[in-house]
Write a protein that binds this ligand. Structure first.
Ligand code: DQA
Length: 145
């Protein structure tokens, strides 16, 4: 399968911020692990990160209009909890999107337990670090193939 992994706001600081929560590996290091996993399994993967809400919306539109992937793995960061713009973008496209989080958002502050994206996503995986992204890919492969 062809995957697009989108990381949103503040994820560029992974490995440098709140290391006790998000770990010590940088986003590039996590992406390298995902890329290696995909290569081993004969899947293709591309990565995109932005701190700008509208740019994440544009990335979703672009992959839909250009048909550049089969599925999107999305860690929207804090946008998860309040971005109706991202929610509408996910609803607008017919490409399956899986919401992922490095941390277990349900074991943290109250506001993180709300996601305005989950109900328009194919599935949700959280709490496994980079494993959340890989589990999302495996879930998509089993359910879509
Ligand atoms: C996060 C969880 C969000 O609540 C938070 O705002 C993030 C990262 C995660 O990957 O655990 O920035 O999406």
């Amino acid at each position: 399968m062809k995957f697009l992994v989108i990381n949103g706001v503040n994820l560029n600081l992974t490995g440098k911020r709140e290391k006790g929560v998000y770990g010590t590996e940088t986003l590039d290091e996590l992406n390298a692990k995902i890329a290696e996993y995909c290569k081993k399994n004969g899947d293709e993967v591309r990565f995109y990160q932005s701190n700008v809400e509208g740019e994440l919306v544009n990335a979703l539109h672009e992959t839909f209009l250009q048909r550049t992937c089969d599925a999107v793995i999305l860690n929207a960061g804090a946008f998860t909890h309040y971005s109706y713009a991202l929610r509408d973008a996910i609803s607008a496209i017919d490409i399956p999107v899986v919401e992922v989080h490095l941390s277990n958002v349900h074991a943290r502050e109250e506001f993180r337990k709300t996601s305005v994206l989950s109900s328009v996503c194919k599935g949700v995986v959280c709490g496994f670090g980079v494993g959340s992204y890989i589990a999302a890919m495996e879930g998509l492969k089993v359910s879509l193939r």
